[in-house]
Design a protein around this ligand. Structure first.
Ligand code: HEC
Ligand code: HEC
Length: 216
């Protein structure tokens, strides 16, 4: 049996939820739905206002720039993200990205997500040293900006204001080769070597503690 069978029950449950919401459209004819309507397929995990649900490892997405949401949905859809058999959360998100019928719907839902107000995230990690992290952040600044505001020209997302547990999970995924390793994933491939500059989990927590001090 393929290893993906481990995740089948999860995916079936999520799709059943979407069917109940009337979000699965098995028929062929479908005009582009408005972003707000498409977003109904996201709330079960990302929350009614895109605030995220830590218990299912679904990150806050409210206020992420439309270009970044669109790019990530595209990666999930094409298998550049959420492809690794050990990436349980990515595998959970992947079928959800397929709820959008086409590029126009991906754009519409991405625009909608970008209009949602960013929600303040309470810190959940302990033991990070923000002072040490500040030094390490010097490497990150070139792409993510001095205030963690991101840089669309480099396809680097804002990371200030993002939930600390999600930042840690993603740094571990990049470092562990669960994200950013597909040769076709150019921007992920730029981030991956950066994650390798962080020696261990403590170094990650330090830099995340510093990111937590940046205003968004
Ligand atoms: C079954 C739960 C679930 C549903 C429903 C879901 N997601 Fe996700 N989503 C996740 C999880 C879990 C992750 C984290 C993946 C990871 O750790 O790499 C995620 C990640 C994302 C990311 C990446 C965020 C980042 O900062 O890189 C975006 C964007 C996203 N989801 C958008 C959406 C949109 C838009 C919808 C609705 C069309 C949606 N998701 C529906 C679970 C879900
Ligand atoms: C060379 C440019 C570059 C540098 C330097 C860089 N990053 Fe990134 N980073 C990116 C890009 C591009 C992405 C988006 C990858 C993708 O599209 O999947 C990213 C994504 C991320 C993400 C995932 C965000 C999300 O919402 O899923 C985190 C966390 C992150 N970077 C943290 C860091 C940290 C911490 C450093 C410093 C140690 C750093 N980055 C240095 C380019 C960079």
């Amino acid at each position: 049996m393929p290893r993906t069978s481990n995740f089948a029950p999860l995916i079936v449950t999520a799709l059943a939820g979407l069917l109940a919401q009337g979000c699965v459209r098995p028929d062929g004819a479908h005009p582009t739905l408005p972003g707000q309507e498409l977003f109904r397929a996201c709330v079960a995990c990302h929350g009614t206002e895109g605030q995220g649900t830590p218990s299912v490892a679904a990150p806050p997405i409210a206020g992420l720039p439309a270009w970044y949401v669109e790019a990530q949905l595209g990666k999930f859809r094409s298998g550049l993200r959420g492809y690794h058999p050990d990436d349980a959360e990515g595998l959970r998100m992947r079928p959800m990205s397929r709820q959008m019928m086409d590029e126009a719907e991906v754009k519409a839902v991405s625009e909608y997500v970008s209009t949602l107000a960013l929600k303040p995230q309470a810190p959940t990690l302990t033991g990070g040293d923000a002072e040490k992290g500040k030094a390490a952040y010097g490497t990150c600044m070139a792409c993510h900006g001095d205030k963690g505001q991101g840089n669309p020209a480099l396809k680097a997302p804002p990371i200030a204001g993002q939930a600390d547990w999600y930042l840690l999970a993603q740094l571990q995924k990049f470092k562990g080769g669960l994200r950013g390793t597909n040769p076709a994933d150019v921007s992920g491939g730029q981030m991956r070597p950066m994650s390798l500059t962080l020696a261990d989990e403590q170094a990650m927590k330090n830099v995340i503690a510093h990111i937590g001090t940046l205003p968004r």
